[in-house]
Write a protein that binds this ligand. Sequence first.
Ligand SMILES: [Zn+2]
Length: 565
Amino acid sequence: MLKFKDYEYKRPDMEKVEEEIMYLIDEFEKANSSKEQDEIIGKINGIREEVESMSNLVYIRHSINTLDEYYEKEQEFLDENMPLYENLISRYMKALVNSKFRNELEEKWGSHLFNLSEIKLKTFSDEIIEDLVTENKLVSEYDKLIASAKIVFKGEERNLSQMQPFMQSTDRNTRKEAYEAYIGFFEENEDKFDTIYDKLVKVRDGIAKKLGFKNFVELGYARMGRTDYDAEMVANYRKQVFEDLVPVVVELKDRQRLRLGLNELKYYDEPLEFLTGNAIPKGSPEWILENGKKMYNELSKETAEFFNFMVERELMDLVSKKGKMSGGYCTHITKYDSPFIFSNFNGTSGDVDVLTHEAGHAFQFYLSRSFEVPEYHSPTLEACEIHSMSMEFITWPWMELFFEEDVEKYKFSHLSGAVNFIPYGVTVDEFQHFVYENPEATPEERKAKWREIEKKYLPFRDYEENDFLNRGGYWFRQGHIFQVPFYYIDYTLAQVCAFQFWIKAMEGDSEFWEDYLRLCRAGGSDSFLNLVKLAGLKNPFVDGTIREVIKPISKWLDSVDDTEF
Ligand SMILES: [Zn+2]
């Protein structure tokens, strides 16, 4: 049995790759039948599988051990060479969409590949290369500024994520001071954040106009590969959230206030859910993994096969160690049909989420691994998160294995947290629509607008005397706003879909597992709304969906006596 460590890495010969792909594109354009073109597509898919597998293999090995000089060098090599490779792929896509045998090709390879290629081509032209470099530099500037944070708190210098535990302290003074210190970093650097964002907005607006778009909104959607919904449909979705979901969150926030024994819930109280602390897994990382094995073996024969594959091939690197990058992700190495899960266990319920959420992503790749088209291995991002967020709910019957007597607390926190997140998610989205529809707005106008939108979706939010937050500075911390415009709404769309799996599972609908499998097996072979339909789920953009979905969820949350937690 081949294990991850035996997967062979060979540096792709980029000159040869370029030569071969250019030659194949030329042959493709000269071909006299769809059959000839099919064969060439097959050959290009083969080259892509090799290059992309090697690139992912390097990324994984480098992130597991950043001190390994060999993979550090290989990572540098790929960082330099992958943009050129991407450029080659867009040339291939151009040939693909312009094929004189397009109808026959679409029949064999599926229309989605052609829709994706078309939309991707709209996002690029040689004219904007310099602007893209500027955009990337500004994003790195933001990342560096965030990483530069050194907050002196309780006698020690700390970065932003090291402040989190203090912001969740059960001692009210501590969490208030910690939150003020955390926010202080953003206020001190207000000009810098404003300048970076202002430049980003202007460069993105310029790119959009050069590409022939009215403003950046439509281009932002195209970059996300959205082939079957637009800004108007998203606006209708946000309206439903405002009408049907915000009132539920207002109630949940009031329950949180009562649990914490407070007269008024202030912004610095919100990160703390329970005075008794959050539910945590009751054992070591090895124990968590053993329970994970038991869970997936009991859940279904498909998950049993999948999880045993992950364990036997050593496709999970779960525990923190020296030189390992922070964070967590799931990716795949197509050449070896292997998903890979990377995480840094830290003793919180997040460790269990790795085995449900990231494993949900991995399970989807595992079931759709036989697609030949690389684009079909995973869908666009809003659809991607359905697999993972639904797996978090599908595995609820096994949560007692991990949380024992605190299992009800975990479930309440998991489900209410998912509901609470949605109004914030749409706040971030509505803000970005304002920003890119009004590229000339000043930083002050942007912040004022943020605060206005916040008041609509998060009416309970009380910033007390904090001037900076009252002026609308909260969003500086939200990296997505700087890094990947319009991405954020995807989490909420997927959540509304995942809720529907929760409902089906709770109602004892015996079809739900087949629905889930069908969705995973389809991988990225179709658009978001078609996948939603395929899985038997309701379209989140359509009036009434949110109302229907939230009803049984709020009923369940109401049935829990959270004063016990
Ligand atoms: Zn995810």
